[in-house]
Design a binder for this molecule. Structure first.
Ligand SMILES: [Zn+2]
Length: 470
């Protein structure tokens, strides 16, 4: 939870940053740099690094080869991981050492993509109609390519930061697995990635109808708990049915869950988010959004009903995602089971969610068990240096576009870093149409202009964060 003091800092910083000294930046990086970033991006997207069937080691090796060619010494490049096919890459660009390092994170594995589901080949990088198409173009190979391209550029420029800049390209983020990727690095090579703060995916620019609405800065995220609901029964011959049926027990319990909603509420981050949304909204919901920002219980149900994203921002959610049961067509079921996937607000506890589920399911025969370890992370502090830097670069590139702190519904590796004491900020400056986010979906794509703008934004942001001191 954020303190009241941090909350007032947040309010101040939500005012668009109008008094920033102008950056020396050009509005876009020079052509040669854009081409380098594009070439790395293409190379990454065309490597099949699906979480279940692919490999990230070739991505790590491709990045390492680019870095070596740019003159990075072998001693500053690490390739390794929990599995030979699933390597991570870590590279260090040395600064003066005056301050603790800045970590730049991106993951190189992607969600599976089947050729037959897509209009285009998901593992071919295609530029068409102003978009780059391919699996991972949005999640998360754009940021991975940009980190590498920009790091090479800093070296070519002879840029001397006040702190080391570390880029870590990690495996197995999409599996949510606690065994490889950033978790493995934290456990086995913390020295390689230890940092004062980190930048990661999870916050992007929101646009609507071609207009930039906000540049989001992700400071917290919901955490994931998967529950297995199970009913076991002695079964029997299907010609002699009895009321005590495992499938019926489970089905009725799930029916009760379907009609249940966790309480609606806000926290400091989401209240700030709705305050900003109220300013940006022109339609009939403007007043309700402002009321929600002030904690109005009366307005929350209307805002929650207006959008699945707003509903998920205002409450913990639990939804049935998988079913299994029965062992023969002509036998009474001995087992019925379901997976329930919960996305939990940072302030709600696992015990609260579990006991609430048990109460709502209201059947002692349905057992409710947690499937795997849970990583629950605090929100990152809204550090003035980070907010100032993000606001300053945003306002220079896109005057008047506000920076909006957000809590995201999905999970990122930021949770593991936050839990390990490294405050992590999801920020990209890559703008996407808020109604056409294709992460994990078919025909994933990213606007060409957004990619190059993101490259410029992150180039400037990292420079500011590695030069300024408090
Ligand atoms: Zn991702």
């Amino acid at each position: 939870m954020l303190t009241a003091k941090k909350c007032s800092v947040l309010r101040l910083l939500l005012i668009p940053f109008l008094c920033a000294a102008p950056l020396s930046a050009q509005s876009m990086r020079p052509e040669a740099e854009k081409q380098l970033a594009r070439a790395i991006y293409k190379e990454f997207v065309e490597i099949q690094s699906g979480y279940t069937t692919g490999a990230t080691t070739p991505v790590a090796q491709a990045a390492a080869a680019r870095l070596r060619a740019a003159g990075f010494p072998e001693s500053d490049i690490f390739v390794g991981g929990a599995n030979p096919k699933k390597a991570n890459l870590v590279v260090r660009y040395h600064g003066t050492g005056a301050r603790k390092p800045l970590l730049l994170l991106a993951h190189t594995d992607v969600v599976e993509a089947k050729r037959e589901d897509w209009t285009l080949d998901p593992f071919q990088f295609i530029e068409r109609d102003g978009f780059f198409y391919g699996r991972g173009t949005g999640d998360d190979k754009a940021q991975a390519a940009i980190w590498i391209a920009n790091l090479i550029r800093y070296k070519q420029e002879g840029f001397r930061p006040d702190r080391d800049i570390i880029v870590a390209l990690t495996a197995d983020e999409e599996g949510g697995g606690p065994y490889n990727g950033v978790t493995w690095l934290l456990k086995n090579h913390r020295d390689l990635i230890d940092a004062e703060l980190a930048l990661n995916e999870g916050g992007w620019g929101e646009s609507a109808g071609g207009k930039k609405i906000s540049n989001d800065l992700q400071v917290s995220e919901k955490y994931v708990v998967n529950f297995r609901l199970e009913v076991r029964n002695k079964g029997g011959h299907s010609s002699l049915p009895v009321p005590d049926n495992a499938i019926y027990h489970l089905a009725c319990a799930l029916e009760r869950l379907a009609h249940f909603g966790f309480p609606l509420k806000t926290n400091e981050v989401t209240a700030a988010y709705f305050r900003q949304m109220a300013k940006l909204e022109a339609g009939p919901l403007k007043e309700d959004l402002a009321k929600v920002a002030e904690g109005s219980q009366e307005a929350m149900p209307r805002v929650a009903a207006a959008s699945p994203a707003w509903n998920a921002t205002l409450r913990t959610t639990c939804v049935a995602t998988q079913l299994e049961g029965g062992h023969a067509m002509n036998a009474l079921p001995q087992l019925a089971a379901a997976t329930v996937n919960c996305r939990v607000l940072p302030e709600d506890s696992v015990e609260y969610v579990q006991s609430t589920l048990q109460r709502v399911l209201a059947d002692d025969q349905v057992t409710v068990k947690i499937i795997h370890d849970v990583t629950k992370a605090p929100a990152s502090a809204l550090r003035p240096d980070v907010l100032n830097a993000v606001s300053r670069v945003t306002d220079t590139l896109w005057p008047g576009v506000p920076v909006v702190p957000t809590m995201v519904m999905g999970a990122t590796d930021g949770a593991y870093l936050r839990a390990a004491g490294i405050p992590t900020y999801g920020v990209q400056g890559i703008f996407m149409d808020r109604d056409d986010i294709r992460f994990h979906g078919r025909d994933e794509r990213l606007s060409v202009q957004s990619f190059y703008e993101g490259q410029t934004f992150l180039y400037e942001l990292v420079k500011v964060l590695s030069k300024t001191g408090d």
